[in-house]
Design a binder for this molecule. Structure first.
Ligand SMILES: [Zn+2]
Length: 113
């Protein structure tokens, strides 16, 4: 295998590097690994084909959907966190980040620092 100095690609959701995951799909500024695609698919599978509201789902269906939903929330949250860390590294202020999110500087700092 040829060694390169290219920066390692990482899954934007779970932060694992391309050497730690089976497959990594690269998108514009974002990458997703096979494990995270699987988590998304499980969430989609847990949702009824024609969604007619949470009330139409049984207790068992809703309970089965909790874990995949939580994994997806965690994955999406890590993307947001990574974006904010990239902005902070560039010296973008908490006030600017808060403004972009429609929250106060203080709220942005409390949520993401
Ligand atoms: Zn991943």
């Amino acid at each position: 295998m040829r060694l390169t100095l290219k920066r390692r690609l990482r899954c934007s959701f779970c932060k694992k590097s391309d050497s730690e995951v089976g497959k990594l799909i690269a998108g514009p500024g974002v990458h997703i690994c096979d494990t995270c695609v699987g988590a998304c698919n499980r969430l989609l599978d847990a949702m009824p084909a024609s969604f007619s509201g949470w009330d139409s789902m049984s207790d068992a269906e809703l309970l089965a959907a909790l874990k995949p939903a939580e994994s997806t929330v965690e994955a999406v949250r890590s993307v947001l966190q990574a974006q904010i860390e990239a902005l902070r590294k560039r010296g973008v202020t908490w006030a600017e980040i808060g403004q972009a999110l429609g929250i106060s500087r203080q709220a942005a700092w409390e949520r993401f620092s």
